[in-house]
Design a protein around this ligand. Structure first.
Ligand SMILES: *Cc1c(COP(=O)(O)O)cnc(C)c1O
Length: 387
């Protein structure tokens, strides 16, 4: 769609950046499983030379994410973490990054275990209160890294407020929008410079692909990122680009059901006698509710909750007893998943650090899928009653 800017998001998921294939008229973008392209004479070609530099299936996906996020430029990578890696390559030794302390573990590991060795300086703060960021920005600050809602505590960060701080400091603002998706939240419209996705999660949506995406409206940043994408080479393959494009077509309807089921499950858990606390930004008493309401159009399907008097043993037994929910890492697929952060995603974090952020032994994280909500409730009820 050449003039996609005035179309609504539910239309953009299907048509954004996607035209019938120019050579055959195929309505679905074909999987261009090729590494190279014939040239009529040296340098005379149809826009493609080599698939690391450009591939038509990947290009369709890159245009799609740009259309969905209100960006101008999109870039596809082999994973969400490869997209994180490309962003960090914009920086130089001595540059400082201020990041939310409540962060996806793999991003934290890349920051601290790889890029600190290359001379980047990371400072982690809780960003629930934007003045925490304002208090530590300096002329060295080149990047501010936000994830909202956060994983697994579902904290909400005010994107506009942080964007103001970034702008004053002359730093770029990156928002990892994996949890919310462009259906619920569009950070570029709220002042972010770069939006990042692990498309492995909601965008792909079917737990069958690992892929990362970046989008921006800034042509200077885009130029550098395209250079990095081609020079470092961490691109996604055409088959994975195709699967993600296919997933995106139903993103709007899936998110509607994720939000609906999420609300039902969150309310069920809050009323359950064996549940001590539920973290879900849709509750009016959630500390980030007002900000969530102003910057998101729905609260999504991610929920964390604490089992009353839950020990490591009985909570891990409870999640093992679930039958409709699958005990697994990852999130955002059509199927409901449950995780026990203390023994799974956050097991590597020292106990004291883990408890400080609220990841207690009794905490369970749910990625509520799009099954019938009655079955999800019955499954949780059954597992909770066994402990
Ligand atoms: C999964 C995830 C990532 C990393 O993405 P991969 O595709 O697994 O490399 C980054 N950020 C968030 C919020 C995630 O959930």
């Amino acid at each position: 769609m050449s003039n996609s800017s005035n179309l609504k998001i539910g239309t953009l998921t299907i048509h954004g950046g996607q035209e019938p294939d120019p050579s055959t008229g195929a309505v679905m973008t074909p999987i261009y499983q090729t590494s190279t392209y014939a040239q009529a004479a040296p340098g005379v070609h149809k826009g493609y030379e080599y698939s690391r530099t450009g591939n038509p299936t990947r290009h369709a996906l890159e245009k799609s994410i740009a259309a969905l996020e209100g960006g101008k430029f999109g870039l596809g990578f082999g994973s969400g973490l490869a997209a994180v890696d490309a962003v960090l390559k914009l920086l130089k030794p001595g540059d400082e990054i201020i990041s939310t302390s409540d962060l996806y573990g793999g991003t934290y590991r890349q920051f601290t275990k790889i890029y600190e060795d290359f001379g980047l300086i990371f400072r982690f703060v809780s960003m629930d209160d934007p003045s925490n960021v304002e208090a530590i920005v300096s002329e060295k600050t080149k990047l501010i890294w936000v994830e909202t809602p956060t994983n697994p505590m579902m904290n909400i960060i005010d994107i506009r407020a942080i964007a103001n701080v970034a702008q004053k400091a002359g730093a770029m603002l990156v928002v990892d929008n994996t949890f919310a998706t462009p259906i619920l939240q569009r950070p570029l419209e709220q002042g972010a410079d770069i939006v990042l996705h692990s498309a492995t999660k909601y965008l792909g949506g079917h737990s069958d692909v690992v892929l990362g995406l970046l989008t921006t409206t800034n042509s200077e940043i885009a130029k550098k990122l395209y250079f990095i994408q081609n020079s470092a080479g961490a691109i996604c393959g055409p088959m994975d680009a195709f699967l993600t494009l296919r997933g995106i077509k139903t993103l709007d309807v899936r998110m509607e059901r994720h939000c609906k089921n999420g609300a039902i499950v969150a309310k069920f858990l809050r009323d359950h006698p064996k549940v001590e606390k539920v973290y879900w930004p849709g509750f009016e008493d959630h500390p980030g509710h007002a900000v969530a309401k102003s910057q998101m159009s729905g609260f999504g399907g991610m929920i964390s909750f604490v089992v009353k008097d839950g020990t490591f043993e009985n909570v891990s037994a409870m999640v093992s007893n679930l039958k409709v929910f699958t005990l697994a890492e990852s999130l955002g697929g059509v199927e409901s998943l449950a995780g026990h952060p203390a023994s799974m995603t956050h097991a590597a974090i020292p106990l004291e650090e883990r408890l400080k952020t609220g990841v207690v032994d009794g905490l369970v994280r749910l990625s509520v899928g799009i099954e019938d909500a009655d079955d999800l409730i019955a499954d949780l009820e059954n597992a909770l009653n066994q402990i």
